[in-house]
Write a protein that binds this ligand. Structure first.
Ligand code: HPA
Ligand code: ZN
Length: 326
């Protein structure tokens, strides 16, 4: 009880969050109606009933459908503000969120519309709720590298608002090396880099994220545990893993939370963190993830404190800002 209470109340940082994955069905229907676009489901209940996934792709199909009702700057603002207000209740004080520009550009929504809405909400929530933030532009790995390069060009007028670059979407069949050149340019621009790796993909993809892309962080990283040399490399480089327990459960990356690999990661000395990934689809925000780890995995007090500290340590905040949280 005291442990749960501590977990809920302690200040937290979230480092792995797709803003399009915070689109709650109620808000999705409201914005669809406002924009006079049709959804494939005729009620919130029917939509929620479809949230049963056997793998990452099952989820992504619904994720891209859901985001397709986002058309105007106000839509992106409202989506982002709803997430920030929600995690403020969970005592999240710092967020590093992804957005997927190509998921909107392909539907004719300009980069400017997207980023003005998202950034506007982040700025207002920092002022009104005291939540600090970083904004990470993520490339869709099921598309080709040329498309990522085009996206990077569109982002260039807004680099002052973009704090880093990521790589997400369908992992298997789309290894990091496919994006070697575009990430080289991102790094030359001084942008920190992270990539989803080892969620469904093999350890080899995590090696590539490190050796070919030169990531500053790894999103998920579960399957890295299959390769002891890889574990050693991640440990020696001090790379943070942004782990997503409820996401893993919903996408069948793990069978249960009782023996979730996050405990092994901590025991191996890896800098694991807890994150919600796509909370509207996976059944929970930040505190729901901690709640599940406490009640189902038996997370200890020591583990809880280390996980919470790891998130600030692994954030892209500057040194002094980090110290204030730790
Ligand atoms: N994995 C890959 N791509 C994604 C995810 C994820 O968990 N969420 C949103 N895009
Ligand atoms: Zn993710």
């Amino acid at each position: 009880e005291a442990l749960l209470d501590l977990a809920m109340r302690m200040p937290k940082a979230e480092l792995h969050l797709h803003i399009e994955g915070t689109f709650e069905p109620e808000q999705m229907f409201a914005i669809a109606q406002r924009n006079q676009v049709a959804l494939k489901y005729d009620s919130v209940e029917a939509l929620k009933a479809a949230y049963q996934f056997e793998n990452l792709q099952d989820f992504l199909d619904l994720y891209y459908q859901g985001m397709s009702v986002l058309l105007k700057e106000q839509d992106f603002y409202d989506l982002t503000m709803a997430y920030l207000k929600r995690v403020h209740e969970d005592n999240v004080v710092h967020v590093e969120i992804f957005f997927d520009p190509q998921g909107h550009l392909s539907r004719g929504v300009s980069f400017e519309t997207q980023i003005k809405g998202i950034y506007g909400a982040l700025r207002d929530a920092q002022r009104d709720l005291g939540i600090t933030f970083k904004l990470i532009m993520s490339f869709l790995r099921h598309l080709d590298e040329a498309s990522a390069f085009e996206t990077l060009e569109l982002a260039k007028p807004y680099l002052a608002w973009i704090d880093g670059v990521g790589l997400d979407s369908s992992e298997v069949g789309h290894p990091p090396i496919k994006f070697e050149n575009v990430f080289r340019e991102c790094k030359a621009l001084g942008l920190p880099v992270t990539a989803h790796a080892g969620e469904e993909g093999p350890p080899e993809y995590v090696w590539q994220a490190i050796d070919v892309i030169g990531v500053d962080r790894i999103d998920h990283g579960n399957r890295a545990l299959e390769d002891i040399d890889l574990v050693t490399t991640i440990k020696h480089k001090g790379l943070t893993l942004t782990v997503c327990p409820l996401s893993n459960l919903k996408l069948c990356v793990v069978d249960s939370l009782e023996d979730h690999p996050i405990r092994s990661m901590l025991r191996l000395g890896l800098n694991a963190t807890v994150n919600s990934d796509d909370p509207a689809y996976f059944g929970g925000y930040m505190n729901d993830n901690f709640h599940a780890l406490v009640t189902q995995m038996g997370l200890t007090r020591d583990e809880l404190l280390i996980l919470a500290c790891n998130a600030f340590e692994g954030s892209w905040l500057d040194h002094d800002s980090k110290q204030q949280h730790i």
